[in-house]
Each structure stands twice: as C-alpha cells, then as structure tokens.
Design a protein around this ligand. Structure first.
Ligand code: ZN
Length: 396
C-alpha cells in the first residue's frame, strides 16, 4: 500500500516517477480514466469521454483507432433500501433488476447458493416472500463475499426481478435469521435507445491472422474503476506503445471494450458483428487485462491448456511466482476474454485479484501498485509476442 497523496497533479507526478521504462510520459490512463473522468457506467456521457480518451491514447501510440458502436438498453440504478427486523442493512444495487412496487415487505427464506463459475465462489441467495410464499425480491450475497457492491445476477436474460446485493458477512448473519422480516425497495430504471462503443485499433502485420489485446474501460455504479479497470486499459496502452513499431508476423488488434460491467456486452457485441462479417475467423487469440495493479493473487486464467501453459511459463521466467501468490487456471466467466473462449478462440486474462475495495467508491488511485502493473504488462507482452510468432491450436 502506498501513501495517500492529495490532488491529481501530485498523483500524476508520482505515477510518472514510479513508472518503469515501459511507461510513457505522455499519458497515464489510470489517472485519465480513474481520476479525471472517474465513474463511467455504460450508457453515460462519462463512458463516452472515456472511449475518447482511450482512442486518443491509441492515436498517440501511432495507431488509427475507430469506434465500433452498438445499441444498448441502459439501466440507471438508485441506491436500494434494505431493513432486516427493523434494522438498516447495507445493500448494493443489482443491475437490470426490476423495481419493487414501493417497499416490498416479507419474510426471508434461504433458497441455496449460486456461483457464476470460474473463480467466483458459491454465494447465498435469499428470497423475500409474502404470506402466500410469493417471491417479492431477492437478497444476493455479494460475489467473493466482500462488502455489499453493485453487481449483476441471474441467467442470461435482459432483466431480473427485484434484487439487491448484501455483504458476505451479512449473508452469514442472515443464515441464522430464517424468517426475519425484510423491507426492500428497488427503484432502478431501464433506459432504452443508448449507444455504446468499443475502441478498436488495428496494427496490420505480415498476415491477416490477428491477436486481440483488450481491456474494458467502463466502471460500475458509483465506482471510479481505478483498479477495475483503468489499470487494464493503461496496460493495453503500454503494450500498444511497445509493439506499435510493427514488423510483426501477424496483425494486432487493440480493443478497449465498453459495457463489460453489465455482462460483457461490449465484447459480445464485437464478437457478434465479427462473426456476421466473417472477421472472427482471423482472430487467433485474445489476451485480456482486467484489474492488474492491486489485489492478493496473480490470476492467470487461460484456455486451452496450451495457452495457460505458455502463460505460466512466461510468469515463471519473470519470477512472478516468487513475488506473488500465483494462480493458474482455465478461462472463466465474468471477463471479456470469456466470450472469445466460448467461440473456441484461445483466450487469456491477466489479473491481480481479491481486494476489499472491488466495485466500491473507495477504489482510489492510492491503491495502485506500479510493480504489479508493470509485471502484468511484461507477462502479457511476452504472451502476445509469442502468439504473433506462433498461435496455439484452438480446442475443438
Ligand atoms: Zn473488470
């Protein structure tokens, strides 16, 4: 943990001084996205400014960015209200949850647990039911068991019933309070007719075959998204700057994905359109950066095994296993690499994960560890360079 400094200018100079040789003096997207723009939920003007900043940084690296636009149903969350047996409990909004009819009042029943999959743990799901056992709302344990944060739930559909997130600690408390009286108010709104944009910059190589290097630039409700994921976008910018001189055997496509926090919508929109136009066939891998400068473990999540082996090998060469608690596993859901994996495209995510401030307003620039960021960029760059030379065979 680094010392707290006040003011963007101080932060700027500190980040620059702390920077490795990889870092440009021109721009640091951790600061631009995380501090200057701040909260940049999909569908908001701030997300548009963030897209512009990502495009500017690609241009500065000598690339020609363009916007891949797609239509979006937005969601404006209000702070939910939750009382258990007359006592106020913290609650985070659930994106795309339908509103309650005023305040829903009923009894709590534990339904069981659910996991998103991958490295997401099992999390409790409680129903709030009326006297006839009809469900009025759901209380969902926050993923990873931390504080009550804004998140998503449910099967893959646009909207779910009224729901809020509660902390891991409160979820444990609630297990002991079966039948407690809950009062819940959910009052978010659906906003049709929005447009979002992925920022795409291609560096042509010796072949049409291409490697994608990506990070999402949007953030969650009230979250400045400094770690998640201004750090990943800054990582992509550094890799772009480094590889921009070109001369590569294959092409590179750098993408700042929009709308990841509402269900990897941006990456799925890009993949859909690329499949329609036939472009997807030339994509040989996706290397994705998400939360790379803070957090307990270095998570290397890649599929097929040939890709995770290669990534783990580079991490070993760099001695990252000595420096961090290293976890190597298959591609998992909840990140933009996963929809590529689902299409059978080799996909990897580099992430430092597990931290208390995840998805909260307290995700501040003071948390950023330049060493973690630089190490993530280094291992990702090694993987990208090796894939440009020789992709791994996809799983069938
Ligand atoms: Zn993220």
């Amino acid at each position: 943990m680094e010392t707290v400094l006040g003011g963007a200018m101080l932060v700027r100079s500190r980040l620059r001084r702390a920077g490795s040789a990889l870092q440009s003096a021109a721009v640091n997207l951790v600061e631009t996205l995380g501090v200057e723009i701040g909260v940049r939920q999909a569908g908001t003007p701030a997300a548009g400014r963030a897209a512009q900043a990502v495009a500017d940084s690609f241009r500065e690296a000598g690339l020609e960015p363009r916007f891949h636009e797609f239509g979006l149903l937005g969601y404006e969350a209000d702070e939910p209200e939750l009382e258990i047996d007359g006592e106020h409990w913290d609650a985070g909004p659930c994106m795309y949850a339908s509103p309650t009819d005023g305040i829903a009042e009923g009894r709590v029943r534990r339904m069981g647990t659910h996991s998103i999959g991958g490295f997401f743990p099992e999390a409790d799901v409680f129903a709030v039911e009326d006297e006839d056992g009809r469900e009025l709302a759901r209380l969902l344990m926050t993923p990873f068991g931390g504080p009550a944060i804004p998140f998503l739930t449910g099967p893959r559909q646009i909207a779910v019933g009224p729901a809020v997130f509660i902390s891991g600690a409160d979820s444990m408390r609630l297990r002991e309070r079966e039948g407690a009286l809950a009062r819940v108010r959910v009052s978010g709104r659906f906003v049709p007719g929005l447009v979002e944009r992925n920022v795409v910059a291609e560096l042509p190589g010796g072949s049409e075959e291409a490697i994608i290097v990506s990070a999402h630039y949007d953030s969650v409700w009230r979250g400045p998204g400094v770690v998640d994921n201004a750090t990943g976008v800054e990582g992509v910018r550094r890799i772009a700057e480094r590889l921009a001189p070109g001369g590569h055997k294959r092409s590179l496509i750098f993408i700042g994905f929009a709308a990841e926090e509402i269900g990897c919508i941006g990456s799925q929109a890009w993949i859909f359109d690329a499949e329609v136009t036939g472009e997807l066939g030339r994509i040989k891998a996706c290397v994705n950066l998400d939360c790379i400068a803070h957090g307990e473990r270095l998570e290397l999540m890649a599929s097929p095994p040939a890709l995770s082996d290669r990534l783990a090998g580079f991490a070993g060469e760099l001695g990252l296993g000595d420096r961090y608690d290293l976890n190597v596993g298959p591609a998992g859901p909840g990140v933009d690499a996963f929809p590529f994996h689902e299409k059978g495209i080799p996909a990897a995510t580099v992430s430092h994960f597990g931290y208390d401030e995840y998805h909260l307003p307290s995700e501040r620039v003071e948390l950023i560890d330049e060493q973690r960021l630089a190490d993530s960029v280094e291992v990702a760059t090694m993987l990208v360079e090796s894939l440009l030379e020789e992709p791994v065979q996809p799983e069938n």
